[in-house]
Design a binder for this molecule. Structure first.
Ligand SMILES: [Zn+2]
Length: 168
């Protein structure tokens, strides 16, 4: 009997310890549960907000990346100068001109072959009534050529020569 009593006492003591332990564990877990609940709430909240922010950030990142890519990518207009300056010699005159964006010749200007000074067209026809011009350099006095047509016709011929000379 004393063995049994002793055994029962041990069982009771063990049961009390177990209950206390369980109670302690339950209490601990309830405390942990509260903490975990709070933590879960924070995590849930902090996962909801970043979902919004991440979406906005992702869209912003895509837009910025696209803009950066577009700005970094060389465009055709940036690669090709808007104005191409060219030079060639015909009619004993050095001609300089440029091209606009539609590759049209702009302002062919005559220059002296000898001193590179701009040339002047001077009407040398009798009484100024005949289309006869000298293409003369005021700087060195050289006469580059004589023109036996109107200035409009001469400009047309110049443009024709430019068209023939240009590779495109
Ligand atoms: Zn000259």
């Amino acid at each position: 009997m004393p063995r049994i009593d002793s055994a029962q006492g041990k069982v009771v003591a063990a049961a009390i310890i177990v209950v206390l332990a369980v109670g302690y564990v339950i209490g601990l877990w309830s405390l942990l549960g509260e903490w975990l609940g709070a933590l879960w709430y924070l995590l849930a909240a902090s996962t909801l907000v970043p979902n919004w922010l991440l979406g906005i950030f992702a869209i912003c990142a895509i837009i910025i990346a696209g803009m950066l890519g577009a700005s970094l990518r060389p465009t055709r207009q940036a690669a090709r100068p808007t104005q191409i300056h060219a030079q060639d010699t015909f009619f004993n005159i050095k001609w300089r001109w440029s091209y606009d964006e539609q590759a049209r010749v702009q302002k062919p200007t005559p220059y002296c072959l000898r001193c590179d000074h701009p040339l002047m067209m001077k009407n040398v026809g009798p009484y100024g009534s005949v289309d006869r011009y000298e293409c003369r350099c005021d700087h060195c006095g050289a006469v580059a050529c004589e023109i036996d047509c109107s200035l409009e016709e001469f400009e047309r011929r110049v443009l024709q020569r430019i068209d023939q000379a240009s590779p495109g």
